[in-house]
Write a new protein. Sequence first.
Length: 338
Amino acid sequence: MKSAISAALLSAITVSAAPGLVLDVTAPPSAVDVDGLTVKAVLKNTGTESLKLLNDPRTVLSKAPTDTFSITSDANTQTPKFTGIKLKYVPATAAAKARDADFTVLAPGQSIEIDHALAGFAANNVFNYVDASGELKTIEASSNSNRFKLAGKLVAPSTNPKTRARSISKRVVSYAGCSSSQQSLVSAAATASNTYVANVNTYLNGISSGTTRYTTWFGAYTAARLSTVRSHYTSIGTDATSTTYDCTTCQNTSGIDYDSTYAYVYSDEPGTIYLCGVFWDAPVTGTDSRAGTIVHENSHFEVNGGTSDWVYGQSSAKSLATSNPTRAIDNADNHEYL
């Protein structure tokens, strides 16, 4: 698709309260299309103490090809299609592991410069950090915009090096690069995931108002929002046992931190879930489990509703339901935790 639009890129994110953090994002005055669009992000600690920031995949600190920026047209009618990955990540789990590779530490006055090639876009104005006592906290930033002109394609090629034609017809569960023990773990999780989805479908089909369970995860009740949520779970159905589970690609994918990631998918390529390090450490069922991860990832596929990762973790998911039900019904973790 050809277009000439004037776009707004979220940038210059600033936090005035201590600790202080400034993110300045600059783009070229113009770009031919999204394939060649690169922006520069400079993140600076303006506070008086060191900041130990998590390399959250929703922020510029992550090298993963995830949703990090937002691009909109003046008329707000056209936006580039995101073609990167959607993944499951839990800040509290990453913080608890206390691996140096999971953090970026900025001393007072120190800054870091990051170049980003943009293949996909979505706004996030929250940074996670661990304070001196080891407590996980967040900094919510304000933002303004940087303007540039984009002429040409609004859709970048898929960032999946293994992109190929895929059928969305139902298949039996299959594995790629998985040991026999890994296959057993995945099989149990897939079966549990199907059971979870079936139980949720029964529950959702039996309500017609805002029950406590529903409003906890999806916010204020409306018939339209309930219908949307129902459609997501109905579409997921028994997909967990009609999926290829890849146990090795995550270890070799550029930008993905294997040890802090549960799993990821390409949302426009249904039928394959890429499993990462934290998946194997998780319990079969329960909060942030292997079965829950499969629900999370299946909800990301466009054929199942194409959910996003607006927030990660139970606490943030509950807060999102209260503050923004529209985003809650589009958030993968809210679907996983229901």
